[in-house]
Design a protein around this ligand. Structure first.
Ligand SMILES: [Zn+2]
Length: 539
């Protein structure tokens, strides 16, 4: 931390020293865009020949972001007062109001765009009662198994998001341990018909671990369904009894089989009992989830119009929704607040970019990036003119660069834009491409995407968990990220040339193969829609 402080101060001084001589190159806000001469080469921008104007803009952004700002209070209200905000819930509606109010307070034009979420979902009182041979019923007077008092350890458990309900008061079913749920594991486990299958997991600490938490379930679910299991009990992948919620249905539809997450320590206890008494451990499960919908939901869109090419657009986006066991601070409240703060900051510089910058807060992300998919569909006519989609969705670890979604052609432009922040170590970009956040459907449409790459920091231990609360957010780091985000959006919007072209379907076909995105899409059920052209750029 001391090192970063030093860098920041030296950068500030350096930029202020640069600024006066360059002032005339920046078009002032509210200048009539139709005035002749304003579009003269070198008037603004962050292309190779105009890099100095990015430095000047960075110098203006920095003190605004680092100084007194409403961001911290905005984020407190979103997390502590509104709390977890599952798309389709009343809290989500409050979060949309919060975002609209925050954009307005920043002086930024804002509107919402509606779409239909196919299904709403909320958890009831999920319970898992275990019957182990070494725990004897105290009373067998009742025929209703739920009434029998059993001296059994409590199982701390939550439903998986968008899991179908599982009926209460059924007979105890055998618990069968299927290890990690590979093909061989299922073969070894034998007949799992009508049983609860317990699936192991490891503690995740890296981004690839997290990716794996999503890539592994589909084949486990397929096995469980085909072989007639009653429900899946996923072992928690976070320690200390911490509960969290995922969804394994990435379509917004209710999943195909009931699933719960069992707190890691409880699941390990259960696995030991099953190993010690094969065939003799039973359980009763109750998952009274409430299903409703369809329901209208909204994305929130702030906008600063460009003075020269207002119909060309750069999007800075983050999702506003969250799971609700915690208050969605790291995922993704901090970055929702960042997007609004970036808009406030750019507005406060008094400068206008050449192209329009849109600040989009998506909903429906946790159900499978539904909101951004709907946004892309609704804006299909202007995708040729969306010059970039910049996405922040990885918590509060230090930003090291952007994942450029399989593209090398956009790197030089991004490096140029971020040159003023070079000493922060933010110019280490990667060419990987992945599903999983709101840049995904833009990428599939050939739009240049930049997904902020951040160090893991405290993201994974708190991921989607009850512990994802405001105290986990490092506000100073969030402010630095805001500078990075605002400069990136500004620089791409203001450079003379577009950052990169929109890729054709043929180019995208090569890209998805080269990056392995094709394998991810096949595993997660996106492939058929991509192949047929129902999702992504039409063949
Ligand atoms: Zn997220």
């Amino acid at each position: 931390m001391p090192r970063r402080t030093m860098l920041l101060i030296s950068l500030l001084l350096g930029l202020f020293a640069l600024a006066p001589s360059l002032t005339a190159q920046i078009p002032p806000a509210k200048q009539n865009p139709l005035l002749p001469g304003q579009n003269a080469p070198g008037s603004a921008g962050c292309s190779t020949t105009e890099a100095s104007s990015c430095a000047q803009v960075a110098a203006k952004l920095l003190p605004i972001v680092m100084g007194p700002s409403p961001m911290e209070e905005n984020l407190r209200q979103l997390t502590d007062e509104i709390g977890g905000r599952v798309t389709g819930s009343p809290e989500m509606a409050k979060a949309v109001e919060w975002a609209v109010g925050a954009f307005r307070a920043a002086g930024v034009d804002v509107h919402t765009e509606k779409y239909t979420l196919p299904v709403t979902w909320s958890e009831g009182k999920t319970e898992l009662v275990i019957y182990e041979p070494f725990h004897h019923p105290r009373s067998e007077s009742s025929k209703d198994i739920m009434q029998i008092e059993v001296d059994t350890p409590p199982m701390r458990v939550v439903s998986v998001g968008w899991s179908p309900p599982f009926p209460v008061s059924t007979k105890p079913k055998e618990v069968i341990d299927v290890a990690y749920g590979s093909d061989e594991d299922f073969k070894r486990a034998g007949n799992i018909r009508s049983a609860f299958v317990l699936v192991h997991s490891d503690i995740g600490s890296t981004w690839p671990d997290l990716l794996n938490e999503y890539l592994r379930p589909p084949s486990v679910i397929d096995h469980a369904l085909k072989e007639g299991a009653a429900a899946i009990l996923w072992m928690g992948s976070r320690e200390r009894l911490l509960l969290y919620r995922h969804t394994n249905s990435l379509s917004g539809q209710i999943d195909k089989i009931p699933q719960v997450i069992v707190a890691r320590e409880d699941a390990l206890h259960l696995a030991r009992a099953v190993a010690a008494y094969p065939g003799k451990v039973h359980a009763v499960l109750s998952v009274p989830n409430k299903i409703g919908g369809p329901i209208e939901q909204e994305n929130v869109v702030g906008e600063i119009r460009g003075y020269e090419k207002p119909d060309e657009v750069v999007i800075l986006g983050a999702h506003l929704d969250s799971w609700e066991l915690g208050t969605g601070a790291l995922d993704n409240g901090c970055n929702a607040a960042l997007v609004i703060e970036a808009a406030r900051t750019i507005k406060a510089t008094g400068l206008l970019p050449r192209r329009t910058i849109r600040f989009v807060l998506f909903s429906g992300k946790e159900q499978g990036t539904i909101g951004s998919y709907e946004y892309v569909k609704a804006h299909s006519a202007e995708l040729d003119k969306i010059r970039a989609m910049i996405n922040f969705d990885s918590g509060i670890g230090r930003v090291t660069g952007y994942s450029l979604g399989g593209r090398r052609d956009t790197e030089a432009g991004v490096r140029e834009v971020l040159k003023p922040l070079e000493s922060w170590g933010v110019n280490n970009h990667t060419y990987d491409a992945s599903f999983g956040s709101d840049n995904f459907d833009f990428l599939l449409e050939g739009v240049p995407t930049l997904d902020a790459t951040e160090e893991e920091a405290n993201y994974l231990p708190n991921y989607h968990a009850a512990s994802d609360t405001l105290d986990k957010v490092d506000m100073r780091e969030l402010k630095l990220h805001t500078v990075i985000a605002a400069l990136t959006a500004w620089g791409i919007a203001d450079r003379a040339e577009p950052l990169g072209k929109r890729l054709s379907r043929a180019e995208l076909d090569v890209l998805v193969k080269e990056t392995g995105l094709d394998q991810q899409m096949k595993l997660l059920g996106y492939w058929d829609a991509w192949q047929s052209g129902a999702r992504g750029r039409k063949p």
